[in-house]
Each structure stands twice: as C-alpha cells, then as structure tokens.
Design a protein around this ligand. Structure first.
Ligand code: SF4
Length: 65
C-alpha cells in the first residue's frame, strides 16, 4: 500500500504523526513528510487510522494491485 499526503490541504495539525510516527513526520517548519511512502503490513492499521484522523482528509492510501 502506498500512502500519499496532499500538501496543498495539509494544515500541519500533526494528527498523523501522532497516530503513525513511523510513516509521517513534521519538520521544524511544520511541513509534513511521508517518511515511509510504501507502507508495510505491520504499519497499515496505524496508517489507516492516521488517514481517518486527518482533519482535512489530506491522506490517501493507494492499494497495491
Ligand atoms: S493529519 Fe492531515 S493535516 Fe494533520 S499533519 Fe497529517 S496530513 Fe497534515
């Protein structure tokens, strides 16, 4: 599963970094980075929760084919 964050929508709330710190990271200037764009199965639940928690719906998951 690939994860994508729409940076034009992200408001830097940090919800995703709290839910899935292995996948999302905010830098010192509040810019979000997806540190693990290809999510392994063990991180999938946390990543889905992070996507569900994002207040602006910026996080999307793309299932592998
Ligand atoms: S939860 Fe959404 S708005 Fe908040 S930092 Fe993550 S992507 Fe950005």
């Amino acid at each position: 599963v690939k994860v994508h964050a729409d940076m034009t929508r992200c408001i830097g709330s940090g919800m995703c970094t709290t839910m899935a710190p292995e996948v999302f990271e905010l830098d010192d200037s509040g810019t979000l980075h997806v540190t693990t764009p290809q999510v392994s199965p063990d991180l999938l639940d946390a990543t889905r929760q992070a996507a569900a928690c994002c207040p602006v719906g910026a996080i999307s998951l793309l299932e592998d084919e």
